[in-house]
Design a protein around this ligand. Structure first.
Ligand SMILES: [Zn+2]
Length: 82
């Protein structure tokens, strides 16, 4: 499945929005169709090398979207906003 992500190639680098091929959710995982995602101070700290991350990195971890649950997953049949 293709998705867009804010990627930084190296410390102090520039954000670029790139298309990534995301694997299907595995057992115990869910798919969230992202509607919006923010870049916060933690992401900027990672960019500055204050928080340890491995580059290239996909930053942005405060997001909202629509939840979809795989068939066969525990509680399957539920969906909603997250
Ligand atoms: Zn944050």
């Amino acid at each position: 499945m293709l998705t867009n992500a804010a990627i930084v190639e190296n410390k102090d680098g520039q954000f670029s929005i790139e298309e990534l091929d995301l694997s299907e959710p595995g057992p115990g995982e869910v798919r969230v169709k992202m509607q919006a995602c923010g870049i916060c101070r933690s992401d900027l700290s990672a960019l500055a090398g204050i928080e340890r991350v491995q580059f290239p990195a996909v930053l942005g971890h405060e997001a909202g979207g629509l939840l979809g649950v795989r068939h066969g997953a525990p509680g399957h049949g539920h969906s909603g906003q997250v």
